[in-house]
Design a protein around this ligand. Structure first.
Ligand SMILES: Cc1cc2nc3c(=O)[nH]c(=O)nc-3n(C[C@H](O)[C@H](O)[C@H](O)COP(=O)(O)OP(=O)(O)OC[C@H]3O[C@@H](n4cnc5c(N)ncnc54)[C@H](O)[C@@H]3O)c2cc1C
Length: 377
């Protein structure tokens, strides 16, 4: 993305790079081996980044951000990816819900500690019978004085076992059309009536969770937006989740692909035309993704909020990551199955989940067909 940068942005990139060389945790995968260790590291790392002035770059200054353009966020993500740092919280897209729809009191209460890494969130949208068809969700919230009483089950709530708060979609009006009867609440995860059970995904990690709600009381002051506004809020969150916020992954992708090319060259397996084609195909998908992200950034800087065309980036990201990890597995299958490189198998299995979370690839294509291309249903 360097060719987008003006002198100030280029100087910012150099500053980030120098700062990361001093401050980024080294050898962190070995030093923080368990999920609990990693959750602790993510909080600590976010706080270090925040203290360095590198969290919430594009957020309003009033809420702890720096009010910079989306390009700065992209440069930072690019450098974080290149430096292979731990990840930080999902604040960029969950925070949008609060600063777009929250009251002033809610913004002051949640946004600054969210940036500092003191509040970790999880996203309680999907349910056993409501994934692609999210508007069918059934978890209910009934008003009782100045509280909602929540009952039901959420499914696939990633990171819930380490989260402090959950952004929750609930049904508050059973008689309204299904998209209109949904409301958005913020609930602390550690409170009476909430049970969190981790789900181990195909690579064995407890990546995501089931959440059960039994008569959980949530104050009305923790409702985001009006009653019935939950669908609109969810679509804002998902549009940001599908957008160029993922840009740091491009640097990770490019580094991983370069390593695989070297691996193939050193063993002369790159003379096999099928391997050469697979490397070239993976490279091309990565380049198309990068150019799409650059285009999305330009649109964002011109003031256009993310919309349904974010699904293009999401599909490209899925294709790029799955092509990369398939290639890695193909080149290093012996290492993977013999246990010499367990991360190769884990990366491959994990890449299969990208076409599911945040909306499946089929749903992304439906969005593009209906909302971008205007095709009939
Ligand atoms: C690792 C992981 C992490 C996740 N994290 C979260 C999270 O943090 N918070 C959260 O709320 N959710 C999360 N999810 C849930 C995710 O958003 C849903 O799994 C996803 O939306 C699909 O819903 P579903 O699993 O109910 O499958 P279904 O909706 O039942 O879909 C099953 C299949 O049918 C296809 N299909 C369904 N409807 C259509 C249609 N109209 N047209 C064409 N094909 C269709 C789908 O593409 C899919 O292949 C996560 C999921 C995974 C796997």
């Amino acid at each position: 993305m360097d060719y987008l940068e003006n002198a100030e942005e280029a100087a910012f990139r150099m500053g980030v790079r120098a700062w990361l060389a001093e401050n980024a945790p080294k050898d962190w995968r070995a030093r923080y081996p368990t999920e609990d260790d990693l959750a602790r590291l993510h909080r600590e790392w976010q706080r270090t980044l925040y203290d360095g002035g590198y969290v919430g770059l594009s957020w309003p200054v009033d809420y702890g951000g720096r009010g910079l353009s989306a390009t700065y966020e992209a440069i930072l993500n690019d450098e974080l990816g290149k430096a292979d740092t731990p990840r930080i919280s999902f604040h960029n897209y969950l925070g949008r819900a609060i600063f777009t729809y929250g009251t002033e009191a809610q913004k002051q209460r949640f946004l600054p500690p969210m940036l500092r890494g003191e509040i970790q969130w999880c996203q309680g949208f999907s349910e056993p019978g409501a994934g692609s068809d999210l508007a069918s969700l059934r978890t209910s919230a009934v008003l009782d004085g100045d509280h909602y009483v929540v009952n039901g089950q959420k499914m696939w709530t990633s990171g819930a076992q380490h989260a402090d708060w959950c952004i929750l979609l609930v049904r508050t009006d059973r008689d309204a059309p299904k998209h209109k009867g949904i409301t958005c609440l913020l609930a602390p995860v550690n409170q009476p009536g909430i049970t969190v059970r981790p789900i181990h995904i195909s690579d064995g990690s407890p990546e995501t969770c089931e959440m059960f709600f039994d008569d959980v009381r949530v104050p009305v002051t923790q409702r985001i937006g009006d009653p019935g506004a939950g669908w609109r809020i969810a679509m804002t969150v998902l549009a940001f989740e599908r957008g160029p916020a993922d840009v740091g992954l491009i640097a990770t992708f490019q580094t991983a692909l370069a390593k695989l090319e070297t691996y193939a060259e050193e063993r002369a397996i790159d003379r096999d035309p099928q391997i050469r084609q697979a490397i070239a195909r993976t490279y091309v998908i990565g380049e198309v993704l990068r150019l799409n992200v650059v285009e999305q950034l330009s649109l964002r800087n011109a003031g256009r909020p993310p919309g349904p065309d974010g699904s293009v980036a999401r599909l490209l990201l899925t294709q790029a990551e799955q092509a990369l990890r398939s290639l890695e597995f193909r080149l290093r299958a012996a290492d993977a199955v013999s246990g010499r490189a367990p991360d190769v198998l884990a990366n491959y299995l994990r890449s299969r989940t990208i076409s599911i979370f945040g909306g499946t690839s089929e749903i992304q294509k439906n969005i593009l067909a209906g909302q971008v291309l205007g095709l009939p249903r």
